[in-house]
Design a protein around this ligand. Structure first.
Ligand code: NDP
Length: 245
C-alpha cells in the first residue's frame, strides 16, 4: 500500500511551481490531491490524472475568509475527510523598506500570513473532530535569517513560523501535527533569470553548491505529512543546502 493511500491532501497555490510539485508528490504516494489556487489548475490536474494519480482543482483565494471556509467545507463534503493541508500559496513584492508601498506590505502579509489563518482555521476544526491530520506550512529561510529588500516577505514567513509553533501546541492533543518547511534558493522561473555572476555569488553562500529543486521541497513536505513523522510537530525543516545553519 502506498504511503498516502486513502488520504485527501489540499495544497494551496497548487497550480504551479513548488505547489504543483507537492501535488505530484502526494498523488504519487496514492493521495487524492486538491490543487486549490486563484489560478487555473487544469494543467497540473490533467497531468496528474493522466499519469494515473487522482487530482482535482478548486478555486480558492486565501485572502477571502468566507470563500476559503466555503471551499474547505465543499472539499470535505465531497471526500468526507481532509488528512493533509499544505499552506503553500505565497508571493513576493520585494523592495527596500524606505521605498516600500503600504499596499505591497499589505498584499504580502495578506496572502502569506493572514491567508494561512483563513484556510487553516476551518481545516483545523475538521482535523480536531477527526482526531488526526497533518498541516505543513511553506515558510522560507528568509523568515529565519532576514533579507535586505524583503522586510514584508521575511515578516510574513517569520510570522508563519510563530503560527506553526503555536498551532502545534494547540492541536497536538488531538493528534494533529503542524510543521513548517523553510526552503532556500529553489530552482523556479524566478531563479532562472539569475546571471552567471549572480549564480556564482549565490553558490558561495550555500554548503551544497547547487540550487534546490521543487522536488527537494516536495520530498520534505511529504516526509512531514507521512507516517514516519507522527511524533514530529512544531519544527521548521530547512531545505536550503546549508544556506542557513
Ligand atoms: P509560485 O508563484 O510559482 O506559486 C505560488 C502559487 O500561489 C501561484 O499559483 C499563485 O497564483 C498562488 N497564489 C497567489 N496568491 C494566492 C491566493 N490569494 N490564493 C491562492 N493562491 C494564491 O511560487 P513558488 O512555487 O516559487 O512558491 C511557493 C511557496 O514557496 C511560497 O509560499 C513561497 O514563499 C515559498 N518559497 C519559495 C522559494 C523559491 O525559491 N521559489 C523559496 C522559499 C520559499 P498567482 O500566480 O495568481 O499569484
Amino acid at each position: 500500500m502506498k504511503e498516502f493511500e486513502g488520504q485527501v491532501a489540499v495544497v494551496t497555490g497548487g497550480a504551479r511551481g513548488i505547489g504543483a510539485e507537492i501535488a505530484r508528490r502526494f498523488a504519487g504516494g496514492g493521495a487524492k490531491v486538491v490543487c486549490a489556487d486563484v489560478l487555473d489548475t487544469t494543467e497540473i490536474v490533467d497531468e496528474i490524472n493522466e499519469s494515473g494519480g487522482t487530482a482535482e482543482g478548486r478555486e480558492l483565494d486565501v485572502t477571502d475568509f468566507v470563500a476559503a471556509a466555503e471551499s474547505i467545507a465543499a472539499i470535505h463534503v465531497a471526500h468526507g475527510r481532509i488528512d493533509i493541508l499544505v499552506n503553500n500559496a505565497g508571493i513576493t513584492r520585494d523592495q527596500l523598506l524606505v521605498r516600500m508601498k503600504p499596499e505591497d506590505w499589505d498584499l504580502v502579509l495578506g496572502i502569506n500570513l493572514d491567508g494561512v489563518f483563513k484556510v487553516t482555521q476551518p481545516v483545523a476544526k475538521l482535523m480536531m473532530r477527526a482526531r488526526g491530520g497533518r498541516i505543513v506550512n511553506v515558510a522560507s529561510v528568509v523568515g529565519l535569517m532576514g533579507n535586505a529588500g524583503q522586510a514584508n516577505y521575511a515578516a510574513s514567513k517569520a510570522g508563519l513560523i510563530g503560527f506553526t509553533k503555536s498551532l502545534a501546541r494547540e492541536l497536538g492533543p488531538r493528534n494533529v501535527t503542524v510543521n513548517a518547511v523553510a526552503p532556500g534558493y529553489i530552482q523556479t522561473p524566478m531563479t532562472d533569470k539569475l546571471t552567471d555572476d549572480q549564480r556564482e555569488a549565490l553558490m558561495k553562500t550555500v554548503a551544497i553548491p547547487r540550487l534546490g529543486t521543487p522536488t527537494d521541497v516536495a520530498d520534505a513536505v511529504a516526509f512531514l505529512a507521512g507516517p514516519g513523522a507522527s511524533y514530529i510537530t512544531g519544527v521548521v525543516l530547512n531545505i536550503s543546502g546549508g544556506l542557513y545553519i
